[in-house]
Design a binder for this molecule. Structure first.
Ligand code: HEC
Length: 152
């Protein structure tokens, strides 16, 4: 019994510590870092799909994983652009928060294109995968054009 109480107490204390950490989380610079890492990861996966489509590597087992990772990561992207994260070391344009509906629609479009890529990848027809990859790349670019500050 005593043992049980001690374990329960430990669990509560752990929850309190984790809860405390959560309330201090989401500082703008960390949110910005998080979304940039997320975008970099998406960029890594799309460039792997391109290597596979061009036949520069033939690890075709990676195709499904890379495509699905893009879908999963993009589904997390929306939360990584909260209000109050327009300033700092970010290339996000303030237009994201001035026209959030347009930004969200751009993200939805890209998620749809990524899902189409995952479907094509599962089908295994490389011409179809290539076409889906092209459509996805255009969709990424459309959001960047409206909402990301260009590199000099
Ligand atoms: C809904 C808009 C949107 C979509 C869709 C989108 N991006 Fe981005 N992306 C951004 C914004 C905004 C930034 C700048 C983030 C920042 O600096 O805080 C960015 C940054 C990036 C970066 C640079 C990350 C860094 O800081 O090093 C890469 C790479 C990238 N995106 C790749 C992609 C790829 C590939 C896709 C498509 C599969 C994609 N993005 C789809 C809005 C989008």
């Amino acid at each position: 019994m005593q043992h049980f109480v001690r374990i329960a107490l430990a669990a509560i204390l752990t929850a309190a510590v984790v809860g405390g950490a959560a309330s201090a989380a989401n500082a703008p610079e960390h949110v910005i870092k998080y979304r940039q890492n997320l975008m970099k990861a998406v960029g890594g996966h799309i460039s792997n799909v391109a290597l596979l489509v061009k036949g520069q590597v033939d690890f075709s087992g990676g195709l499904g994983t890379d495509s699905q990772a893009i879908v999963d990561l993009l589904k997390n992207a929306g939360i990584a652009f909260p209000e109050g994260t327009a300033e700092g070391k970010t290339k996000a344009k303030p237009e994201i928060w001035q026209d959030r509906a347009k930004f969200d629609a751009a993200l939805e479009d890209t998620i749809g294109k990524a899902e189409a890529l995952a479907v094509a990848a599962a089908g295994g027809d490389m011409a179809a995968v290539g076409a889906a990859l092209g459509a996805l790349g255009k969709s990424c670019g459309a959001c960047h054009k409206s909402f990301r500050i260009k590199d000099e």
